[in-house]
Design a protein around this ligand. Structure first.
Ligand code: NAD
Length: 284
């Protein structure tokens, strides 16, 4: 089945939520973005408008950005999610308590037909179902940043998620012209578990003086055709974000995810990667 949901809700219109709203609207869905307050809603609306304008400039839209933009409404209350919403994707900050709360509020606002998804990049999807009446309609849809050009959606299945839920979501991912990988709910899923491990080993190599950052990244970019070396990629994700995920995986999967001293020191110094101008490379 390849189709795009007709009505989509997105809770949290930040970096990821605005991108998720954009790709569903571009594929033909009516989208409602729910933000925390009026100021955040204005910022989210601006992000969606900017994203669509950039897509139009790159020739990625079939019709004008204004027409696509008219498909996206931004509000501040889950009650604004329309009846018959097919899919709600939660993309609020990476805090379990907040996610559990907004998912439960979204479930109360929509009908029994709606699939609920979380865009968490590291938390246990099973635990995020804690406040839901019907966990069978819930799973992880892990989009990547930036959402529009990214080809992957990692579909994360908790034990209670039903086959019908999975099949509907896989059809929608195809409808977005993206590719799904399906993984059982487990720490770090497939992407973070492998990506973070490679990044941590690269940091340990730097600590041991095996090579400098540029050489380590070039080794993987030129030798293994990775589009981006593990240290550059850590800089883009953010060293603080990587450290938080490594700590979580260290606790759940064991010693091989122990964060290296150098990573902790850089985060303590505010060297967070591209967003702060310096991480393992300089970005000024
Ligand atoms: N940034 C990435 O590279 C990336 C990649 C994959 C997944 N993720 C995950 O996506 C989620 C969002 O990340 P982001 O980078 O977009 O964060 P962000 O901080 O840019 O966006 C979060 C948005 O949620 C809004 N929000 C906060 N509380 C809210 C509430 N109660 N109701 C509605 N909206 C609320 C904020 O105003 C903000 O606009 C996180 O779980 C993150 O782990 C991020």
């Amino acid at each position: 089945m390849t189709a795009v949901p007709e009505k989509v809700g997105v809770i949290g219109g930040g970096r990821m939520g605005a991108g998720i709203a954009q790709v569903f609207a571009t594929a033909g869905a009516e989208v409602v973005v729910v933000e925390g307050d009026a100021g955040a809603a204005d910022a989210a609306a601006e992000r969606v408008t900017t994203g669509l304008r950039r897509a139009a400039e790159r020739g990625k839209l079939d019709t004008g950005p204004e027409e696509m933009r008219a498909r996206v409404r931004v509000g501040t209350d889950p009650a604004e999610l329309p009846a018959g919403t097919d899919l709600v994707v939660e993309a609020v900050p990476e805090r379990a308590d907040l996610k559990i709360q907004v998912l439960a509020a979204a479930e109360r606002a929509v009908g029994g037909h709606t699939v609920l998804a979380t865009n968490t990049s590291s938390l246990s999807v099973t635990e995020l179902a804690a406040g839901l009446q019907d966990p069978g309609r819930f799973l992880g849809m892990h989009f990547f940043n930036p959402v529009p050009p990214s080809r992957l959606v990692e579909v994360v299945l908790p034990a209670e998620s039903t086959e019908e839920t999975r099949e509907r979501v896989l059809g929608w991912v195809r409808g977005l012209d993206k590719t799904a990988v399906v993984v059982r709910d487990s720490p770090g899923f497939a992407t973070s578990r492998l990506g973070v491990l490679l990044g941590l080993e690269a940091i340990r190599m730097l600590e041991e003086g095996v090579a400098d950052a540029e050489s380590i990244d070039n080794a993987m970019e030129l030798g293994y055709r990775h589009p981006m070396g593990p240290l550059r990629s850590t800089d883009l994700v953010g060293l603080d974000v990587r450290l938080a995920i490594a700590e979580y995986l260290h606790g759940t999967l064991g010693e091989r995810f122990a964060p290296p001293r150098l990573l902790r020191d850089k985060v303590a110094r505010g060297e967070l990667g591209r967003k702060s101008g310096r991480g393992f490379h300089d970005w000024d």
